[in-house]
Design a protein around this ligand. Structure first.
Ligand code: NAP
Length: 248
């Protein structure tokens, strides 16, 4: 039997990219999985079908992580349908790049609302149940941009740095309740988010990656799988980079 049989995971941004790979990986680990997405219902339904065929239970909902009430309802429905949430992974995220001089207010607020408020809404909604049960694992997806900053991404870098501060504070607050909270900070991963970059920008970024290639979403999901497992039972408050060495 899989290590995590009959445990429940909630993943945001599960329809595509790193979130999708995480849903697939955690299902393979034996988790029943609930996931949300913003608008791409076709991708969500396809994933739901694929994962259901592996024999675990899956629940997908169109829930905007900016909407605190909708996130609370998703958590409640997940717990009623699948059972108490053991693991929460926040992968929903967006970029709206612009140099600060040209940054529009809505580009700033959109990114902060989805990337940082979204994480707050999810963690705020799951933490009470986890505290009552004295167990739970949270993995928030940040970025190397949140650790080192990235030109033209002051909004994104601020949101991702915020996730790190938030998660470390949370790890300190809830460790005594048997809850772990960690951050995964990916570098350049091959998903729809990075596919919009021009060949020139990509080539330049790749020059700085010692491993010489983009990362894959399933490689990030493998790290998440480790962090939520009992193999990482003494790991909390960590920011784990997975970036092919781009930040060395
Ligand atoms: P992606 O391929 O663009 O997928 C983004 C996912 O987030 C989709 O499932 C999307 O749903 C969902 N989403 C977006 N806004 C949402 C909202 N308001 N409410 C609910 N769901 C929402 O992105 P990705 O590359 O996999 O990135 C996943 C996470 O990793 C993000 O937090 C990103 O910042 C971070 N990250 C990515 C990279 C990279 O190189 N790709 C590097 C570092 C960090 P729909 O399908 O409905 O649009």
């Amino acid at each position: 039997m899989a290590e995590n049989a009959s445990r429940v995971a909630l993943v945001t941004g599960g329809s595509r990219g790193i979130g999708r790979a995480t849903v697939v990986r955690l299902a393979r680990d034996g988790f029943d999985v609930a996931f949300c997405y913003q608008s791409n219902e076709a991708a969500a339904l396809e994933l739901e079908k694929e994962v259901t065929e592996t024999g675990v239970r899956v629940l997908s909902r169109k829930v905007d992580v900016r909407d605190a009430e909708a996130v609370r309802a998703l958590v409640a429905e997940t717990e009623q349908t699948l059972g108490p949430i053991d693991v929460a992974v926040t992968a929903a995220g967006i970029t709206r790049d612009n140099p600060l001089l040209l940054m529009k207010d809505d580009e700033w607020h959109d990114v902060l609302d989805v990337n940082l408020d979204g994480v707050y809404h999810v963690c705020r909604s799951v933490v009470f149940g986890m505290m009552k049960r004295k167990s739970g694992v949270i993995v928030n997806i940040s970025s190397v941009a949140g650790v080192y900053g990235n030109a033209t991404q002051s909004n994104y870098s601020a949101s991702k740095a915020g996730i790190i501060g938030f998660s470390r504070a949370l790890a300190k607050e809830v460790g005594r309740y048997g809850i772990r909270a960690n951050v995964v900070a990916p570098g350049f991963i091959d998903t729809d988010m990075t596919s919009v970059l021009t060949g020139q920008v990509k080539d330049k970024a790749l020059e700085s990656v010692p491993l010489g290639r983009l990362g894959r979403a399933d490689e990030v999901a493998d790290l998440v799988s480790y962090l939520v497992s009992d193999r990482a039972a003494y790991v909390t408050g960590s920011v784990v980079q997975i970036d092919g060495g781009i930040t060395i």
